[in-house]
Design a protein around this ligand. Structure first.
Ligand code: ZN
Length: 414
């Protein structure tokens, strides 16, 4: 057995190490003593220095060293106040351990980092800790709602909704902000998308902070837009491009389904086989097509003029959102696009033409600063994963804690 030794700095402030025996089980038990000479009286708030002995020994898990479990052992010191009636005593608080916490603060932080994008079950298995201990760290360290004092300016707000259960009609609304430095932060998890709920939340934002909101991104749910106009009259409302694209792409896709169904009946089987792969090719943007996909699409379009037209119109629309240099230019191009749709004889975009007219300002507001909501910033995927992970996580406070940790954990803790 090697007897080579190394010295590791303990990185604990204000303590003297009394002993560090390695137990028969291969665990380090580091016994320490606080070197701070005082406490603050819990009653009068004065600094008190009169020692009043120590509490019982406390042993708490700390970060492992070289794979070996580490415990820290100490006796909390007590001090007595001579100014207060009855001379109450106060236990000295320590930077590295919160009273009644089952482990050191450093270990808590380590567990929180493990919890980013992971489940409580996974972390409890990996760290060999009971589920409740891991849950307890979240409960102690992560708030269940926003702390407005963390922010000085909000910038762009996003309202996104998610259904917590598959096929469920109940939505919760996730409110995020994209700060000036690009960071997406969680502001709220609302129990439903009722106007009164959303309005109450928007008005709960402290006034000075509310005035720093420039844009609000949302989907085309009329309730949100009406509420936003009332609660945030100075704010530019933007219908998220993601939701707009979803609609017109779905419209083009209905033609693909109809036409492939028709071709399957009309074409000889061998010819129809030649269209294999056209589903994915059709869904891709022109620039992303491989040579094979270009070939299969060209073949498909030879059989269906309608489908070629639908694809082309869809791609033109995407190009306007991608490339238009200004809102005014986009509006001109969109009017021309609407005309081309009306002359194409296609009916698949009829509903979308109405949508475009109805939310004309909000949809084209996207072109002012190309604002997107948290969904486009990757929040959507994070929440999808979170839903799989935390199936049945219906407590809004817990949901807030988990999304907060996923979004901001690395930045705050690492
Ligand atoms: Zn006192």
């Amino acid at each position: 057995m090697s007897t080579a030794q190394i010295t590791i700095p303990l990185d604990i402030p204000d303590v003297r190490v009394l002993q560090t025996p390695l137990t028969a089980q291969g665990e380090f038990i580091i016994t320490v003593e606080s070197t701070l000479p005082s406490a603050v009286c819990h009653r009068c708030g004065q600094m008190i220095r009169k020692s009043y002995g120590s509490d019982d020994w406390v042993t708490v898990p700390h970060l492992p060293i070289l794979g070996r479990p580490v415990y820290r052992r100490y006796r909390p010191k007590r001090y007595r106040c001579d100014s207060c009636d009855g001379h109450p005593t106060t236990t000295q608080p320590l930077m590295w351990h919160t009273p009644n916490s089952p482990q050191t603060n450093a270990y808590d932080t380590h567990l929180l980092l493990q919890l980013v994008n992971a489940t409580i079950e996974e972390v409890s298995l990996k760290e060999r800790l009971p589920y409740d201990i891991v849950l307890g760290v979240i409960e102690r360290r992560i708030a269940q709602q926003v702390d407005w004092t963390r922010y000085t300016a909000l910038g762009r707000l996003g309202l996104d909704e998610i259904a917590l259960k598959k096929g469920h009609r109940d939505f919760v609304v996730i409110v995020t902000a994209r700060l000036q430095d690009g960071q997406v932060v969680l502001l709220g998890v609302l129990p439903d998308r009722e106007k009164v709920t959303v309005k109450r939340f928007l008005l709960s934002i402290p006034t000075p902070l509310r005035e720093t909101i420039e844009t609000l991104c949302t989907d085309m749910y009329a309730g949100y837009i009406q509420v936003a106009r009332e609660a945030l009259p100075h704010v530019r409302i933007v219908v998220d491009r993601f939701h707009v694209a979803e609609q017109y792409r779905a419209a083009a896709d209905t033609v693909r389904k109809q036409e492939l169904k028709r071709l399957k009946q009309e074409l000889p089987q061998a010819d129809y086989q030649q269209l294999k792969g056209s589903l994915w090719a059709f869904r891709k943007n022109q620039a992303d097509l491989s040579p094979e996909e270009q070939t299969v699409l060209a073949r498909l379009f030879e059989y269906s003029v309608e489908l070629a037209a639908a694809y082309l119109l869809r791609e033109e629309l995407t190009a306007i959102f991608e490339q238009a240099p200004s809102q005014a230019q986009a509006q001109t191009e969109l009017r021309a696009w609407q005309e081309r749709v009306r002359h194409s004889g296609l009916t698949c975009f009829d509903a979308f033409l109405n949508t475009l007219d109805h939310w004309w300002t909000e949809i084209t507001n996207y072109l002012v600063h190309r604002d997107s909501s948290g969904f486009v910033e990757g929040l959507n995927n994070k929440i999808k994963v979170l839903k799989r992970r935390c199936y049945g996580l219906f407590n809004l406070g817990h949901l807030f804690q988990r999304i907060f940790l996923d979004l901001e954990g690395y930045r705050l803790l690492a």
